[in-house]
Write a protein that binds this ligand. Structure first.
Ligand SMILES: NC(=O)c1ccc[n+]([C@@H]2O[C@H](COP(=O)([O-])OP(=O)(O)OC[C@H]3O[C@@H](n4cnc5c(N)ncnc54)[C@H](O)[C@@H]3O)[C@@H](O)[C@H]2O)c1
Length: 420
């Protein structure tokens, strides 16, 4: 990690869009009252800033980038999108709004075409695209910006915890294929990501829990201060909907840790990525089970901790701490769909996609995730069976399930799916 000795970064300008990257490679962090991270990778020709911008609509970080802006707005974050539009108008910016249904359903080629056509009807190729929304709409918008005239400058304004600490801060934008999550997409750096925790207020609790699971994943990868802080503040993240000084503190740790993993491997030339921890089962759990992305990550992470314990490379104590962190915000550690057959199918599919090498990130301890080339099938089967006993038969009765964005209480101790 490099710290900029001058402690200053210029926000990239639309006028500089596409110019060669300058300065040393790395993640440059400017701490202070408002943190800023600058990610540079000359080999990939990528450079972008992630900036804390509290009270976003009363400042001109976005307005000053371009006089013409096209806002892709998540329908679930409509009021934030409209507030940004009003703020831009007040600052003399001409802007257009495009509303997209929020959630996983928008990550389709059809929605990509629809949004591209709508924007192209009004846009000039050096106008700015701004997305206001959760991780799914951010994924779609990244594809839109990358496709339109083969690349329009993009600003991301995250409005969910997952988008804030994860989906917005890298360079991946993905859509879902017929039966495969994130199988179509782009690597495309934004100009700027603006972070305002106030925009998360109002997210449904299941969306907040899902975002906390992304931090739990990162904390298992990173260990140390991030893990300790998470154990201390996870309940506060949920109760405050990420609006507290502790939330700000932990989001900074999580973002810094995530960027440190992403920056050297922005285009995923290496598939040995510890931050892929918790992503083996996301396709079936999200696309068939209808779970939130982060909820699926939490269940997968719980399974990997169980698997590592069966292998003898994680202590039972550490496994219990991982499971405890997931359960501390009433997120499930298992789901009725998770059985040996489903896990075996997911392993085969992932392995096929990766040229026959599974590259499974396994938590061998908190802060010690190692990528295993192959899996021990018998140990995985045992882990699934143990997790089902731990997660379905015991201890789940009080865990709220997700149903169409509202919470419901489980009656029989088995987590239900949202059925999106
Ligand atoms: N590109 C990446 O690197 C990356 C990383 C992590 C996750 N993702 C993707 O992100 C998606 C999950 O993101 P998510 O957890 O933000 O869920 P989401 O984008 O599916 O949004 C969940 C719901 O919250 C609503 N919403 C958004 N902002 C809101 C607000 N402020 N108030 C009320 N409702 C609001 C949305 O309309 C939607 O209904 C998945 O598709 C996942 O694959 C991508």
């Amino acid at each position: 990690m490099r710290f900029n000795p001058e402690g200053r970064f210029a926000i990239p300008q639309v006028a500089d869009f596409g110019k060669p990257v300058r300065g040393p490679d790395g993640v440059h962090v400017r701490p202070g009252e408002e943190y800023e991270w600058c990610v540079r990778h000359r080999g990939e020709g990528m450079q972008y800033s992630i900036r804390e911008t509290p009270d976003l609509f009363n400042r001109d970080d976005i307005a000053r980038l371009s006089a013409r802006q096209h806002l892709i707005i998540d329908s679930g974050a409509r009021r934030h999108g409209e507030a940004l539009a009003r703020s831009l108008t007040a600052r003399g910016v001409e802007s257009w709004n495009y509303f997209v249904p929020g959630g996983e359903g928008c990550k389709t080629i059809a929605e990509l075409h629809r949004t591209c056509d709508a924007i192209q009807a009004a846009a000039k190729r050096r106008d700015l695209v701004v997305v206001v929304g959760g991780g799914a709409v951010a994924d779609l918008a990244r594809c839109v910006a990358a496709w339109l005239w083969k690349g329009m400058p993009l600003v991301i304004v995250p409005t969910t915890p997952t988008a804030y600490v994860d989906a917005s801060i890298g360079v991946k934008g993905a859509l879902n294929g017929e039966n495969k999550k994130n199988s179509i997409g782009v690597y495309y750096a934004p100009l700027l990501v603006t972070l305002d925790l106030a925009l998360i207020r109002g997210c449904p609790p299941d969306v907040v829990r899902a975002g906390i699971m992304e931090i739990v994943k990162m904390a298992v990868v990173e260990g140390g201060l991030l893990w300790k802080s998470l154990e201390r503040v996870s309940a506060d993240l949920l109760a405050s909907s990420f609006n507290s000084s502790q939330s700000l503190e932990i989001s900074r740790l999580a973002i810094t840790a995530m960027l440190r993993h992403l920056q050297p491997n922005l285009r995923e030339h290496s598939l040995r990525r510890p931050v892929d921890l918790g992503h083996l089962l996301v396709t079936p759990l999200e696309l068939r089970g209808g779970l939130q992305h982060g909820t699926a990550v939490g269940i997968d992470l719980a399974l990997m901790a169980e698997y590592a314990t069966v292998l003898g490379c994680m202590t039972e104590d550490d496994r219990d701490r991982v499971h405890g962190a997931i359960r501390s915000v009433a997120s499930p550690i298992c789901h009725e769909m998770v059985d040996p057959e489903m896990v075996s199918e997911a392993m085969e599919a992932t392995s096929r996609q990766r040229g026959g090498v599974l590259n499974l990130p396994v938590p061998e301890g908190i802060g010690n995730v190692r990528v295993h080339a192959q899996v021990n099938a018998a140990a995985m089967r045992e882990a699934v069976l143990r997790l089902r006993v731990r997660g379905l038969d015991g201890g789940m009765a009080e865990i709220p399930a997700v149903a169409d964005g509202h919470e419901t209480r489980l009656s029989a101790g088995v987590p239900q799916s949202a059925g999106r």
